[in-house]
Write a protein that binds this ligand. Structure first.
Ligand code: NAP
Length: 262
């Protein structure tokens, strides 16, 4: 007879479970920050990146790159890698991977928690027109004006060949199909602080900005710059994610993990 009882077995099971890896669905500044903290705390975790950019910034600790292959591919990954917890820290507008994570978590019964940045709130001086989606935004673009598109690749596609205004798109990398966007001047740079954004907007005589309510601090410089220069913003709203436990900061995740450990 082994010299441990059922309580010991429970405890051992818990300990074994805790050594199993956490999967961070990443690609955001919060996901990089979380990976670094968990790595420092020697918590077993792996960050997954979609692999959209040719030389992505790599997170601390373990990582993998590339799509899983839909819900079934993600489930296979979760079970093969013996994932203990999924933290969906993807961009608030990356909805497909969030939906896949929700389905895969439900079927495999692996806990899922979402880390989603709080929305930006309109402040005094902000000239925003809120729209539900890109199609609605397209209907209110001021004609023949200089428009800065601060959007993702997918949304940009809707502006290909449009001639009603002069378009600029700020991107981290050129899109693969750059030839499809002859009507758009690309500005290849990450989002910057308010002062640099103001310089950019003035140098291109920007009259209006189209962006999404991504939230967070990394790309807030453009919102502050628009406020200071009285440039109108067409703000694409976020739709709420349902049926996933959601927190709004890295600290919230750390508190959740601490509570789960205790
Ligand atoms: P999406 O539309 O939600 O996802 C499309 C597909 O890309 C998913 O079905 C999945 O492929 C794969 N994928 C997405 N995120 C992944 C991840 N972290 N790890 C592995 N595979 C992933 O996403 P998206 O809008 O193209 O964004 C892609 C990634 O870029 C996200 O991880 C996001 O955090 C990051 N990002 C996006 C934006 C944005 O504007 N959308 C901005 C900044 C960063 P399979 O079905 O094959 O698994």
């Amino acid at each position: 007879m082994p010299d441990y009882n059922n309580d010991d077995i429970d405890m051992i099971t818990q300990k074994v479970l805790k050594r199993r890896p956490i999967l961070i669905l990443g690609g955001t500044s919060e996901a990089y920050q979380l990976a670094e903290i968990l790595h420092d705390k020697q918590i077993n975790c792996v960050t997954s990146l979609a692999g959209r950019t040719s030389s992505p910034r790599l997170p601390m600790g373990k990582w993998r790159i590339g799509g899983f292959g839909g819900v079934s591919g993600l489930m296979t990954y979760l079970l093969t890698a013996k994932i203990n917890l999924i933290i969906d820290a993807t961009h608030p507008f990356a909805r497909q991977i969030t939906d896949n994570a929700r389905q895969a978590a439900r079927i495999t019964k692996i806990p899922l928690i979402r880390l989603e940045r709080p929305l930006w709130k309109q402040q005094k001086g902000d000239i925003w027109t809120n729209t539900k989606n890109i199609d609605e935004a397209l209907t209110i673009i001021p004609k023949d004006k200089n428009i800065l598109l601060a959007l993702g690749r997918k949304q940009l596609a809707r502006f290909a060949n449009r001639k009603e205004a002069i378009f600029f798109a700020r991107m981290i990398n050129y899109p693969d199909n750059q030839d499809a966007f002859k009507n758009i001047e690309f500005i290849i740079s990450p989002p910057t602080d308010c002062a640099s954004e103001k310089e950019l907007f003035l140098s291109k005589n920007i009259d209006c900005i189209v962006c999404r309510n991504s939230g967070g601090s990394v790309s807030y410089g453009k919102i502050e710059a628009a406020r200071e220069l009285c440039i109108p913003v067409i703000m694409i709203e976020r739709t709420a994610v349902s049926n996933i436990m959601t927190v709004h900061s890295v600290d919230d995740i750390l508190n959740y993990l601490a509570a789960a450990e205790g």
